[in-house]
Each structure stands twice: as structure tokens, then as C-alpha cells.
Design a protein around this ligand. Structure first.
Ligand SMILES: Cc1cc2nc3c(=O)[nH]c(=O)nc-3n(C[C@H](O)[C@H](O)[C@H](O)COP(=O)(O)O)c2cc1C
Length: 477
């Protein structure tokens, strides 16, 4: 008998259905309004605690099915449901936990002759006392409740024809395989496929190392449902590390007398700039940054200074390389970082979203919806705890393949180091030309993918910087 796919409320969520039909979800002390339901749909919605079969409303033929479908979609978009696959009467074989708000379980049609294999980005790990199957490419995490499923996954390390797989003990049924194909945890390969790496995805994916893609997807927002940001998860259990490292034993050489020798000397402009630099989170509501100031900022920090062609002898033939050198240092002179500007207020430049063409020193407008632009700017304001939006939000995006084409193991680490270098360059130049700015540590990689239409593994945000004319102390209160 084929296992049943059902949807249910996640453990900490309860539904509150009023006599009026108004429904709200209670989530950790918060109430989330979900609109109204008819009496018949409200009755069905009560089954969401134990689980409601997706097939029971998938056809959406009757009005109540349509209504419950829309309602479950609303719950799903808010991350309030999970899905279970298992025998109609029995425990879970697999629990599917969505990691992205638009995840919806889909079961693409599979043929007995299809050959499936595990993605090289998929991994099994222990989470508390559970076994979970994850991938940075997947919109959902699969909790494996039946050890036999783990056995089948192990077999899928090499390509398997479905018609052979289904004779293996513990075969979980086609729906699970289809769900895993949909999540790109499994993929189809042709018979005699010579290389699994090039077959899985496009050239941009081929260039990613496993650990780099996982790091990118898990250390940003948008593609996982884990806690993220400054939430002090260990404040109750582990003491804060001291702000300054405790001394090493042994006799230290005191540098203060040596520094005293230069005490009276006027600090260099660079030293002064470093001392003046600080983060600015609130911006002048009356006098925004001007286009001329923005052009100067981009020119000094990020414009291509020169291009160089070179040839490298790798033994097996010459390799032609081109470098586009810019004012800041970059690992291997790769200059993989691109600047995208979400402009809220800039005197002389219309509100909108732009790419900075560092070679031409020009801004190219990119068509995006007003709501998407607002959401990007609002997220930056929240990250800074600021009262208003930044005048300009610079998103630093990486063309990952520019570095991973050359570097094994260290490509993503180098990209993050380059981001640090560029952020300090931004801070110092903003200070120098009397603008204000603030680095922002968390970026939503899915929001950027939706804004630009570029897949998250091709080019994506790795840093942000809010820029504008700082609010004068009198105005900021
Ligand atoms: C990588 C990085 C990420 C940061 N992320 C944030 C952020 O998300 N929100 C924020 O308000 N400040 C952020 N900051 C700014 C720091 O809070 C700030 O540099 C620090 O408090 C020291 O203050 P100062 O920059 O004024 O000297 C970030 C700074 C860096 C370098």
C-alpha cells in the first residue's frame, strides 16, 4: 500500500477557531490571524493537529476542498505546518520540515526505468536524537524515522534504476523518491553517465564545493528555518567570553614607553580617518546623499582601475586570464564582488534598484517591484535597529564561480575575507567624504534571488552596507 502524504501543524502551533469562523494560530504566545473559514472547512482544519491527507483536498473540486487548500497554503507560507509520509494507519516514515516559506511538497512523475542518484550536496546527520537528511539546494529537510529508509539512501550513493530499487528490502515507495527529486536531493541520470558532478545542475553548480554551498546557504537567511542572528542562544548556559583575551603567561614587553616616543606627533590623515570612522544607522531626512557624492564614493572604492591580460603555463597548455583591478585588495585579484544599490533617497537619482557597472562606472537600473524594494530596505533598517530606512543599501554580491574556478576548498572563505576588506574600504571612504554608513551582517539570499532572477548558487549577496548622509545630532535627537 502506498504511503500517505499528510499535512499537520508543527508541534508548537495551535489553531484557535472562533464561533464567527475567524481563525488564528497561536505560536509561542503570539496570535497570527488567518482569516475566516466556513463551518465545514473549520471542522476539517481541526484534523490538522493529527494530520490531514493532502489527497483529501488536492483536487479542490468541492468548495470546502478549495477553501481548505487555500487555508493550508496560508499556514505553509507562515511556516506553521510540516508534512508526514507514512502508512495510512501508523507512525511516520519520514517527516518533511519546510525550510523556505514557499516550499510545497510536489511529487514529479517517475518512471520505473528512471535512474536516480543522491546529490553530492545531500547529507545525513544527527539532530538531537533524530536522523535528518538535508541539502543546501533543498527547500525542505527530511527527518528519517524509519532506519530502512537510511539503507535505501545509502544504496543511492550509486545510480539505481527504480525498477531494481523497488525490490530492495525497505523500499519506501515512489512518493518519497519523487519528493526527494523535487527537492534536488535525488536527481535523474542517464544510463552510462560518465560524470555525476557535471550532470547535476549547471556549470555554476559544478564549481561549488560541498562545504562552501552549505556554508553559504546556512550562514545567511532565506534557505533554512534555523534560528539566525543575535539571539544569544547560550546566554543561560555558558558565560560570555571576555572582551579582551586573558594574558599568556610569561613576561610581556610593555609597548607604552615605545608609543610615548610618538605621543606628541600629529597623527597621519590615515590614523585620523581610522579614529573618526564609526557606524551610522540613522540618516538625514532633509538632505539625502547626492548623485555626485554617490559617484565619488563608487569611484574611489570600487571602480575598475585597469585591466590586465596574462597567460599562465599550467603544464598542459597555456591558460589566458584577465584581471580587472580595483582600489581594494582581492584574493588572487579575482574581484568577484559586484555592487547592487537599493536606492530609497538620493538627490539626482530616481528611487530604484541598480547594478554598479564597475568597468564603465555607470549604474544600470534593474526593474523590481516597489514592494520588493521596500522589503529589502526595511530589512536593512531592522538589522540596524534604525528608526528609518537607509538612503541607499549597497548589497555586495559575489560571482562565486569567479573564485571557485581557481580555488579548491578555500573559495567561499576567500570571498568572505574580500567582503571584510571592501566593508572597511566603504567605511573609510564614507568617513573621508563626510557620509555615514553601517555594515549589515545578515543578508537574505532568497530575497536577492527573487529580486534579480539569478539562482542563489550563481551570484548572491555576501554582505551589505547602508549608506547616506548621517543624521545630524540635533536632528537625530
Ligand atoms: C561584518 C559586520 C557586520 C555588521 N553587522 C551589523 C548589523 O547587522 N547591524 C548593525 O547595526 N551593525 C552592524 N555592524 C556594525 C557594528 O555593530 C559596529 O561596527 C560595531 O558596533 C563597532 O561600532 P563602530 O562601527 O561605530 O565603531 C556590523 C559590522 C561588521 C564589520
Amino acid at each position: 500500500m502506498a504511503p500517505t502524504l499528510s499535512v499537520r501543524l508543527v508541534g508548537h502551533v495551535t489553531l484557535d477557531v472562533q464561533a464567527s469562523g475567524d481563525v488564528a494560530a497561536q505560536v509561542q504566545g503570539f496570535s497570527v490571524g488567518l482569516g475566516k473559514l466556513s463551518a465545514a472547512a473549520a471542522e476539517r482544519a481541526r484534523q490538522l493537529r493529527a494530520g490531514l491527507s493532502l489527497a483529501s483536498f488536492a483536487s479542490a473540486r468541492r468548495p470546502v476542498e478549495k477553501e481548505i487548500h487555500r487555508f493550508v497554503r496560508r499556514l505553509a507560507a507562515r511556516g506553521l505546518v510540516e508534512y508526514s509520509l507514512g502508512p495510512a494507519r501508523g507512525g511516520d516514515q519520514v517527516v518533511i520540515e519546510p525550510q523556505m516559506p514557499d516550499y510545497w511538497p510536489r511529487t514529479p512523475r517517475l518512471r520505473a526505468s528512471d535512474r536516480l542518484v543522491l546529490s553530492r550536496f545531500a547529507y545525513l546527520r544527527r539532530r538531537a536524537d533524530e536522523l535528518v537528511l538535508e541539502s543546501p539546494r533543498s527547500g525542505a529537510l527530511f527527518k528519517i524515522c524509519d532506519p530502512k529508509v537510511a539503507g535505501i539512501l545509502a544504496a543511492l550513493a550509486t545510480p539505481q534504476r527504480i525498477e531494481h530499487l523497488r525490490h530492495r528490502p525497505g523500499f519506501p515507495g515512489l512518493p518519497l523518491l519523487a519528493l526527494l527529486v523535487d527537492c534536488e536531493i535525488l536527481f535523474r541520470v542517464a544510463a552510462g553517465d560518465a560524470g555525476l558532478r557535471p550532470t547535476e545542475g549547471d556549470d555554476s553548480l559544478v564549481l561549488w564545493d560541498f562545504h562552501d554551498l552549505l556554508f553559504h546557504a546556512r550562514s545567511s537567511e532565506g534557505r533554512h528555518a534555523n534560528l539566525s542572528g543575535g539571539v544569544y542562544p547560550y546566554a543561560d548556559t555558558i558565560a560570555e567570553l571576555p572582551a579582551v583575551r586573558p594574558r599568556w603567561p610569561g613576561e610581556a614587553i610593555d609597548l607604552r614607553p615605545a608609543s610615548a616616543a610618538t605621543a606628541g606627533v600629529r597623527p597621519s590623515p590615515m590614523a585620523e580617518l581610522l579614529l573618526k570612522r564609526h557606524s551610522t544607522r540613522d540618516f538625514d531626512a532633509v538632505r539625502p546623499i547626492t548623485l555626485a557624492e554617490l559617484a565619488q564614493f563608487l569611484d574611489v572604492t570600487a571602480r575598475v582601475r585597469s585591466e590586465q591580460d596574462t597567460t599562465l603555463d599550467l603544464g598542459g597548455g597555456d591558460l589566458s586570464l584577465t584581471y580587472a583591478l580595483r582600489p581594494y585588495p582581492s584574493a588572487g585579484a579575482g574581484y568577484e564582488l559586484e555592487l547592487y544599490l537599493a536606492v530609497d533617497r538620493c538627490d539626482g537619482l530616481p528611487r530604484g534598484f541598480y547594478h554598479y557597472d564597475a568597468g564603465a562606472h555607470a549604474l544600470t537600473p534593474i526593474e523590481v517591484g516597489g514592494a520588493a524594494l521596500d522589503a529589502t530596505l526595511a530589512a536593512a533598517a531592522i538589522a540596524m535597529g534604525a528608526t528609518g530606512k537607509p538612503q541607499i543599501l549597497v548589497t555586495i554580491a559575489a560571482r562565486f564561480g569567479r573564485l571557485s574556478w581557481k580555488y579548491s576548498s578555500i573559495a567561499y572563505g576567500l570571498i568572505l575575507k574580500d567582503v571584510g576588506v571592501l566593508l572597511q574600504t566603504f567605511y573609510l571612504v564614507a568617513t573621508d567624504i563626510e557620509l555615514g554608513g553601517c555594515a549589515i551582517g545578515s543578508t537574505n539570499i532568497e530575497q536577492f534571488a527573487k529580486l534579480t532572477g539569478i539562482a542563489f548558487h550563481v551570484e548572491g549577496p555576501v554582505g551589505q552596507f547602508a549608506l547616506g548622509r548621517g543624521a545630524s545630532p540635533a536632528r537625530s535627537g
